[in-house]
Write a protein that binds this ligand. Structure first.
Ligand SMILES: NC(=O)c1ccc[n+]([C@@H]2O[C@H](COP(=O)([O-])OP(=O)(O)OC[C@H]3O[C@@H](n4cnc5c(N)ncnc54)[C@H](O)[C@@H]3O)[C@@H](O)[C@H]2O)c1
Length: 596
């Protein structure tokens, strides 16, 4: 018989604690909510009522249920109030000595059979447990932010946690409507071990002015479908908490440089810029605790006219290539009203591209998204050619030929001879340095990267890659073009992986390393990222879709260019590729797709 939990205690009512109180009270469990002072208690109470009032306003909670929920919570200062609860969850700041002190005190105050749990994100549950005389009843119950919303709970058992305590806590998670993954005590558990290297890397991109905060966040939201960008997420987590988690993970997790907190984080914490909770972090919020971002001095001017300011006029666009990307890009430009010159290597290829564009536009018609007249007009705007000379009078060329530097360089040298002055020359390369292509011309100031995502007609993001020779006018023009295509253009520097791939693939590679180390299973790791962090797919699902060979090639590029030891491709990824397990396309990758 599983243990009955009729009342629980929550220690610390900050970002996490207040949410955890809500989770229990919502599920009919009495909560003793404890803080260090009356003022902190009041803050916690305000957070809880704010959250439940919002749920009522959104129609997600009946007023009577809110009142019942709040009546189950008893607010108290000091740990003495916890003498008769069945379980305590500690959610105080991420400092080992503080947590050990609190656990020693809880051990004295709580009844002998009570389970003592920590919500730590990165500290050793084992080290916390030995501050008590009952380490077998100490366990990690790691909720995700915001606790009432996120489905995942990581249950962390140490080598001494007794099996019945683990089973009781697992049953409790189920009662709370949560999905649990049970794991052993390792720095960052599953989700944070995979998340924080990525977050820290995003902060370093911002710190080095590689891209703006808006562009970094938009890139990850629109390019990967994440619920929020990394800098907005840092603000939600709290920069002080994020700093402590990174610092602990760096020290506990083998001193991986990627977890050494970027200096800017410490500076922001010192300056009181803690994120949402203090009203300002990477972004500025309406007031402390509010999720509403308000404009500040870094907010870009977003109006259409400002976008077009300083941009060259573009009416006619050349697209070179006949593959998946070129085909999608031709459709995107033609649909947006541009006159398009498609250049392929022959009439046969042009016919194939024409058919693909027509089929895709027809799908739009069938779905009611495009009228027949608009389809015909779009097709009518495309001129088909097999010779580059036809690009003599275009205003913009988008190159989407094979990903080989020698081919692209030769093409750009030809474009340099053929195209009129003032043309913007863009490459869609996803892995080659744009500057190499630019230097094949006599006009590197006019060369820019336009990194579309696949499928181009659907994906809302384009990375605008500026080299050290790209002129401001060229970048402005490229951004303005993205806007006319109905897409978001994010501007970044000319480094391997640009924004999205540089942030995405090391995370995927880390997931493979975690699997390889047998810390958890592919299913649980996928669950953790989907249910704990709101990712649309888990890392192994995504790797199988992208292709393991493609992923390995990108990861190798990143490793070669940035020389970051932590970016070394996971041996398991290399082995799977060698074995021909490339993902969905070959029927097998991390999972077997032939049997589904
Ligand atoms: N922020 C996140 O996204 C997140 C997610 C999962 C887990 N966690 C973990 O949850 C824990 C709490 O983090 P947080 O972000 O909620 O921190 P926070 O700073 O927002 O809140 C901590 C609260 O603890 C209170 N406190 C401090 N000392 C206390 C004491 N002696 N007795 C009672 N209360 C005390 C503080 O007054 C504060 O309200 C940390 O271990 C953190 O790693 C955080």
């Amino acid at each position: 018989m599983a243990r009955e939990f009729t009342s629980v205690g929550v220690v610390g009512l900050g970002t996490m604690g207040a949410g955890i109180v809500e989770v229990f009270a919502r599920n009919g469990i009495d909560v003793v909510a404890v803080e260090i002072s009356e003022a902190a208690l009041e803050r916690g109470r305000t957070t809880l009522t704010g959250s439940t009032d919002r749920a009522v306003a959104k129609g997600k909670l009946a007023e009577a249920d809110r009142d019942a929920l709040l009546s189950r919570v008893h607010f108290q200062v000091g740990l003495d109030a916890l003498h008769s609860v069945d379980l305590v969850i500690e959610a105080v700041p991420e400092h080992l000595d503080l947590k050990q002190r609190i656990f020693a005190e809880l051990d004295r105050v709580c009844k002998p059979e009570a389970i003592l749990a920590t919500n730590t994100s990165s500290l050793s549950v084992t080290e916390i447990s030995v501050a008590t005389t009952r380490p077998n009843q100490v366990i990690g119950i790691h909720f995700f932010n915001p606790a009432p919303v996120m489905k995942l709970v990581e249950v962390v058992r140490t080598v001494v946690t007794s099996a019945d305590v683990v089973a009781d806590v697992e049953a409790l998670c189920e009662r709370l409507g949560k999905v649990d993954v049970t794991i052993s005590d390792r720095a960052g558990f599953i989700a944070n071990a995979l998340l924080f290297g990525y977050l820290n890397h995003a902060v370093s991109m911002f710190e080095s002015r590689y891209a703006t905060r808006e562009d970094i966040d938009a890139a990850m939201k629109l390019g990967c479908g994440l619920p929020m960008g990394p800098l907005a997420l840092m603000d939600l987590i709290g920069l002080d908490t994020a700093y402590e988690i990174l610092d602990t993970m760096y020290r506990r997790g083998g001193r991986d440089r990627r977890h050494a907190p970027v200096p800017l984080i410490k500076q922001m914490v010192t300056a009181g810029l803690l994120g949402r909770k203090s009203g300002r972090g990477f972004y500025t919020y309406e007031r402390p605790g509010s999720p509403v971002v308000v404009p500040d001095e870094q907010t870009p001017v977003a109006s259409e006219s400002a976008l077009a300011d300083g941009a060259r006029g573009i009416a006619k666009v050349g697209v070179v290539g006949s593959g998946t990307m070129a085909t999608g890009i031709i459709e995107v430009f033609a649909k947006a009203g541009y006159e398009v010159v498609s250049v392929t290597r022959g009439a046969e290829k042009s016919a194939k591209v024409f058919e693909s564009v027509k089929t895709s536009l027809n799908k739009g018609v069938v779905r009611g998204k495009l009228s027949e007249a608009d389809r015909d007009a779009a097709l009518g705007r495309i001129n088909w050619s097999a010779t580059l000379e036809h690009l003599a009078d275009v205003d913009l060329v988008v190159e989407a030929v094979v990903e080989e530097l020698s081919v692209k360089k030769a093409l750009f040298a030809s474009l340099d001879e053929i195209c009129k002055p003032g043309v913007v020359l863009a490459t869609t390369t996803s892995s080659l340095p744009v500057i190499d292509v630019a230097m094949a011309t006599q006009r590197p100031a006019d060369v820019v990267g336009l990194h579309f995502f696949n499928p181009a007609p659907i994906m809302p993001l384009i990375e605008v890659v500026q080299t050290i020779r790209t002129s401001a006018e060229t970048t402005t023009t490229a951004k303005a073009v993205c806007a006319t295509l109905g897409k978001t253009g994010v501007v970044c520097g000319d480094r391997s992986g640009f924004i999205v791939n540089a942030l995405l693939f090391p995370y995927l590679n880390d997931a493979v390393k975690m699997l390889e180390a047998s810390y958890s299973t592919a299913d649980d790791i996928d669950y953790a990222m989907k249910l704990g962090c709101g990712y649309p797919m888990g890392p192994f699902e995504l790797l199988d879709v992208v292709g393991l060979d493609v992923s390995l090639a990108i990861q190798r590029e990143l490793y070669l260019e940035l020389r970051e030891p932590g970016f070394a491709p996971a041996p398991l990824l290399e082995h799977l590729v060698t074995a021909g397990y490339l993902g969905r396309k070959s029927g097998r990758g991390f999972r077997d797709h032939t049997r589904r």
